[in-house]
Design a protein around this ligand. Structure first.
Ligand SMILES: [Fe+2]
Ligand SMILES: [Fe+2]
Length: 345
């Protein structure tokens, strides 16, 4: 790359190159775009010019035209990198699920789109635009499981470290709907609330310091205190938006335990709204069946046995039974027999 100085004081090496193709036609751009323009004097370094200043709209659907002008990539400033990442994530998240795909493909699309959307939520916060997209994903979850309840078995549990919270959120959304359906809930509005509640249950973790969120060892007391704030932070994040009360309850109470040892309010048994108790089971199960830095991924059977042995006094047993039903409904999967053997009296 040329060692270029510009009249703006910007040099190529101080900027980040992005491919022209990464900009999608008719999308709003909230970061400045720079281009490197060559002069006729080959001994002179290229100029960096401001191509479009934010906010702008990207109208050109013809990156090939730009290529003909010698512009194959733009540049952004490092302080705009986060905005650019969110822009990419939102565009990925704006794709739609192919409703004619196989259940496995649909679930993978839902998790891909949903997790990118969650990434946007974590980077830029909640707003009506994101909420609208989340509601579409919530609807996709409900229709996918209505078409085939066994789709729940295709939740992806092997994800890289950075994407964990985003994939976990979609996994919890899918599992929560599956449990509610297995318990006999058929109202599509209620099921959509379970999906949205699952997607948003950990949204408050965007306020949790990253060193606490990603710590591989046990948390110090002070770090636990920070972690325990995420239900209330999440509740506050959706406070001004048109989010159903059931979804707010899920966000605020999903870490309460029936024996009163949960947080943030140490509520016991019947004081905890049932939707939050249901999502809490999806939350625990999804975390146990996913590889984390501090534990290996457990099989579905191992996770259920662990929940049965260690947590029965803390969780809603009917919803736990619903989870077992959801995982063994319909056509048999390889681990159905051992999962069905789990008895709860
Ligand atoms: Fe949580
Ligand atoms: Fe969670």
């Amino acid at each position: 790359m040329a060692n270029s100085a510009s009249p703006f004081g910007l040099r190529e090496e101080d900027l980040i190159a992005i491919p022209v193709e990464s900009l999608k036609a008719n999308t709003p751009i909230n970061f400045d775009l720079y281009a490197s323009v060559g002069g006729s004097d080959p001994r002179r370094a290229n100029d960096i010019v401001l191509f479009a200043s934010a906010p702008s709209n990207w109208h050109s659907a013809e990156p090939s035209m730009l290529k003909k002008c010698g512009i194959a990539h733009f540049f952004i400033r490092p302080d705009d990198q986060k905005r650019y990442r969110s822009y990419l994530a939102f565009n990925t998240a704006s794709r739609t699920v192919d409703r004619n795909g196989t259940p496995e493909f649909r679930i993978s699309q839902i998790q891909d789109i949903g997790s990118h959307l969650m990434e946007v939520c974590f980077h830029t916060g909640m707003d009506n635009l994101v909420l609208d997209r989340l509601q579409t994903v919530a609807n996709d979850i409900v229709t996918c499981l209505e078409d085939d309840p066994r789709a729940v078995l295709h939740i992806q549990n092997l994800v890289d470290h950075d994407m964990y919270t985003y994939f976990h959120s979609t996994g919890v959304g899918i599992l929560s709907v599956a449990i509610a359906k297995a318990m006999g809930e058929n109202n599509a509005d209620v099921l959509r609330c379970f999906a949205l509640g699952g997607l948003l249950h950990d949204i408050g973790k965007r306020e949790t310091p990253l060193h606490v969120l990603n710590k591989s060892g046990p948390l110090l007391d002070t770090e636990w205190d920070m972690m325990k704030k995420h239900p209330e932070d999440g509740f506050n994040a959706v406070k001004s938006l048109d989010v159903p009360e059931m979804v707010r309850d899920i966000i605020l109470y999903h870490h309460e335990k029936r024996d009163g040892t949960g947080y943030p309010f140490r509520l016991s048994a019947d004081k905890i709204p049932l939707p939050a108790q249901l999502v809490s089971i999806a939350d625990i199960f999804n975390a146990l069946t996913t590889t984390r830095s501090y534990h290996r991924k457990r099989t579905r059977f191992e996770a259920l046995m662990l929940m049965k042995q260690d947590m029965l006094g803390k969780i809603w047993v009917d919803a736990f039974k619903g989870l077992i039903t959801a995982l063994t409904e319909g056509e048999a999967a390889a681990d159905d027999k051992e999962i069905r053997s789990i008895t709860l009296g």
